[in-house]
Ligand binder design. Sequence first.
Ligand SMILES: Nc1ncnc2c1ncn2[C@@H]1O[C@H](COP(=O)(O)OP(=O)(O)OP(=O)(O)O)[C@@H](O)[C@H]1O
Ligand SMILES: [Mg+2]
Length: 269
Amino acid sequence: MTAQGRVVPAPADARAEDGRALVIRRLVKEYRPGQPVLRGIDLVVPSTGLTAIIGPSGTGKSTLIRCVNRLVQPTSGEILFRGEDLTKLSGAALRRARRRIGMVFQEYNLVERLSVMENLLCGRLGYVPVWRAWLRRFPEPDIARAFALLDAVGLPGFATRRADALSGGQRQRVGIARAIMQEPEIILADEPTSSLDPKSSVEVMEILSRLAAERGVPVVVNIHNVALARRFASRIVGMSGGHVVYDGPPEGLGEGDLRGIYGGESWLE
Ligand SMILES: Nc1ncnc2c1ncn2[C@@H]1O[C@H](COP(=O)(O)OP(=O)(O)OP(=O)(O)O)[C@@H](O)[C@H]1O
Ligand SMILES: [Mg+2]
């Protein structure tokens, strides 16, 4: 803890890289017994770059991301995050692990009646003592960082705007800035562009890929738009029927692979 009562982020060597941010082994999720949605997923998420997960609706992309931060309880398998099996954690250990995982959602999940700045500072809640958060008294360095992040996501001057007075694209940038405030070791984004127009979608993907490149935070994005995945991802994972059926660079993703992922071909250009 610092004099201000903040928990100091893990030193760089505690985040020692073995090149893998997440190692998922034989992951199975059944919402109903005997009806697996994820049917034994094996996946390694590298500790650099942006990994895009594509696949048809209902194939388990959100379930996979939710298993990682344990919004969904996996049925079996392992999810190793910096060597620790997330599926085994509970209580305080799970809360600590969640703090290291930044989430970005399709529907933004901002607190509508709070200002942009307050939403960002809520990203630090895991680090700020409850009484300070309650009084909305946040440490100066956090406030300075929040201003810098607003600049970084293209929203300078938006600090005092209420969240409910923002466009979808602006909200999603706040959502991303809030996730970064947490100083996460990985960011998981579930359809961050689905509610956005094409230009805002590109801008949000640009911000996420820049984040991965410049801050060295691995980013995993579930996305329906294959063109955006190809353009911004360093790696693409294709899911179908609860399995990983493609795992490789965007350049390697051919029409045959897309047929394998989505089925049929009448939709292909
Ligand atoms: N809480 C739940 N309880 C029961 N079944 C669920 C639950 N959440 C998801 N499912 C089912 O699990 C399957 C996978 O859902 P999931 O949301 O992970 O798919 P997805 O690939 O993210 O789809 P989309 O592209 O439409 O977002 C679907 O058949 C869905 O109906
Ligand atoms: Mg989904």
